[in-house]
Design a protein around this ligand. Structure first.
Ligand SMILES: Cc1cc2nc3c(=O)[nH]c(=O)nc-3n(C[C@H](O)[C@H](O)[C@H](O)COP(=O)(O)O)c2cc1C
Length: 199
């Protein structure tokens, strides 16, 4: 495949970006960078309001993690991690990856295109690792991912639309999910109950 084709076939990869906060602690956030299929280049598009952006702008390392852990995805989407997941330092010592994740990519930030409301962060892969297999396709996991995205848009989308989508997504979790997927959707439902105005 020529490099031109490679760039023409970009797609989004949903995962968790781990950066370093000002105080040295890790920040774990869901992000959906544009990638090429060979996963050699990443284009992160964080909102300027995100901690991920602030950390990268300050020069923090950034490790992108592929995981099928939907509880972690749900909790980090709304900034409500009860405890940090198990993290390992990358060999470079410049960042962390999820010890129980599937794959990780330590990103070398090449260029920031500062624009509102989302910044373009161009990155290449400095190092990477594979830890375990991805579980596989599952409608419940996909439904939690969609519900987690809804949770990050709770102050933008109409409440009625969120409720309707959540009802549909919950059916998929009930039909095809296991304990982890049900725990994740229960957690998000609680979040929506708290954040949405009463019906
Ligand atoms: C699957 C998924 C993908 C997301 N992708 C992005 C993204 O590409 N850019 C972004 O700014 N926010 C994205 N979000 C929302 C952020 O994760 C959310 O706003 C989070 O609170 C930001 O955390 P931070 O402030 O610690 O960086 C995504 C959320 C989910 C659930």
């Amino acid at each position: 495949m020529s490099s031109e084709d490679q760039f023409a076939d970009r797609l989004v990869l949903e995962g968790l970006a781990i950066t370093t906060n000002d105080d040295g602690s890790p920040n774990v956030s869901p992000m959906g960078p544009l990638v090429d299929r060979a996963l050699t280049t990443f284009l992160l598009k964080p909102f300027t309001t995100s901690q991920t952006f602030r950390n990268v702008q300050r020069g923090s390392g950034c490790v992108f993690n592929v995981t099928d852990d939907v509880v972690l995805l749900a909790q980090t989407a709304v900034g409500a991690l009860p405890t940090l997941p198990r993290l390992e330092s990358t060999p470079s010592g410049k960042g962390w990856y999820l010890a129980d994740g599937c794959r990780w990519f330590e990103l070398q930030i090449e260029r920031l295109d500062l624009k509102e409301p989302r910044v373009d962060i161009y990155a290449s892969v400095a190092d990477k690792g594979t830890l375990r297999d991805f579980f596989g396709w599952n409608r419940a996991k996909h439904a939690v991912l969609e519900a987690a995205i809804l949770a990050t848009r709770v102050h933008i989308l109409p409440s009625q639309e969120i409720r309707e989508q959540l009802d549909r997504l919950t059916i998929w979790v009930d039909k095809t999910g296991g304990r982890q997927e049900r725990d994740a959707i229960d957690f998000l439902q609680q979040y929506f109950r708290h954040e949405l105005p009463p019906e």
